[in-house]
Design a binder for this molecule. Structure first.
Ligand code: KG4
Ligand code: ZN
Length: 341
């Protein structure tokens, strides 16, 4: 028998709903919240209000695009955390009422596990290559940067992570310093493609083990530009393409150095990347290049499953649902702690 799972994602500034038939996605609707652009970052109160406005239409659309009836749904999966509490509450509350009124189970999902499990989404022909356990996943998003050893669907161990800013935050903060719109990651990515990545060099941190640090890079870009602007106030405008390419190269080098080290030390050559920054074209190229040199099997998520989406919540939900791991009605969201240790 096929199982239909409705997935709901509302942890940050995207309201998303998806329907999955076992491990095949039938619909994945995402409403981006444009409102935050004017503020240069996500405003939590505005985000939760926008989720409230978006959630019903987004779910309606996901169900109708999947060409099913809401009575066909076997379970509802929702993001429990980490994320913005006010935003998470909207998805969690909806999931509770939906489960109660339809008399179906609900399944709680950790956002970071879901980014990783997006690699198990199949297409209609079921011929997508999926990672074998154990694999290493570099999860790079706006709030997290982690190297995770994935031994099974829900058996994951963080072996390295950032001690300060996340990689996505580094992109976004540097973009802000350069006066580029939020979120800066995709903007820098686009400009970097035309620039000289060796035009400028910035220091890289040296941390033990597989941990990361990105706050130093942001500060060195800030001081570098402050000095340059004293000499020429048009410096950023004239150099934004090369600045983007050089900053992006530095972030990617920092990310890849530790990923290679982790692969060499664990002996694991099944390598995946996940999270919003995994949409970055330079990062994808870098992983592709290392595939040959390091003899890796690589897994790059489709762009629509890199940044926040509900299909990844639904696939994670499917694997919990078949294990009958249901959540109770009194469940509450969490903002920080994650299922990942
Ligand atoms: O996973 P995600 O959608 O949300 C979180 O869970 O945080 O990641 C959002 C982050 C933002 O920092 C955004 O700038 C970054 O992913 N991002 C990118 C690209 N697309 C999104 N960074 C670099 N290049 C991109 N193409
Ligand atoms: Zn995310």
């Amino acid at each position: 028998m096929n199982h239909y799972i409705l997935g709901i994602e509302s942890s940050c500034d995207d309201t998303s709903a998806a329907v999955i038939k076992d491990n095949v996605v039938l619909s994945n609707i995402i409403a981006n919240q444009k409102i935050h652009k004017d503020y240069g970052g996500v405003v939590p109160e505005l985000a939760s209000r926008a989720h409230q406005q978006n959630i019903i239409p987004v779910i309606d659309q996901a169900i109708s695009k999947a060409n099913i009836n809401k009575n066909d749904i076997h379970a509802v999966a929702f993001t429990r955390g980490p994320g913005l509490l006010g935003s998470l509450l909207v998805g969690t509350s909806f999931a509770k009422s939906f489960a109660l009124s339809m008399n179906i189970p609900m399944v709680e999902i950790d956002h970071l596990e879901a980014h990783i499990l997006a690699h198990f989404i199949q297409n209609q022909d079921k011929n997508l290559k999926t990672p074998s356990f154990p694999f290493l996943c570099l999860t790079v998003s706006g709030g997290h940067t982690q190297i995770v050893k994935v031994s099974d669907y829900f058996e994951m161990e963080i072996i390295g992570q950032t001690i300060d800013d996340a990689a996505g935050e580094a992109f976004d903060k540097v973009a802000k310093i350069m006066g580029l719109p939020y979120p800066g990651g995709p903007v820098i990515d686009k400009m970097a493609r035309q620039g000289d990545e060796w035009a400028f060099s910035f220091p890289k941190p040296s941390l033990p083990g597989f941990d990361y640090s990105f706050s130093g890079l942001k500060t060195s870009v800030l001081y570098f530009l402050r000095d340059k602007l004293k000499e020429d106030e048009g410096f950023i405008e004239k150099n934004k393409i090369n600045l983007s390419a050089s900053v992006q190269r530095t972030i990617i080098e920092i990310l890849m150095d530790k990923l290679v080290k982790a692969s060499q030390e664990t002996g694991i050559r099944e390598i995946a990347i996940a999270g919003g920054v995994s949409a970055n074209s330079g990062l994808r190229d870098a992983v592709e290049k290392l595939r040959q040199g390091e003899n890796w099997n690589i897994y790059l998520p489709k762009l629509e499953y890199s940044t926040d989406n509900a299909a990844m919540i639904a696939i994670a939900g499917y694997y919990k649902f078949i294990n009958e791991e249901y959540a109770d009605q009194d469940i509450t969201p969490y903002s920080r702690s994650s299922a990942l240790k």
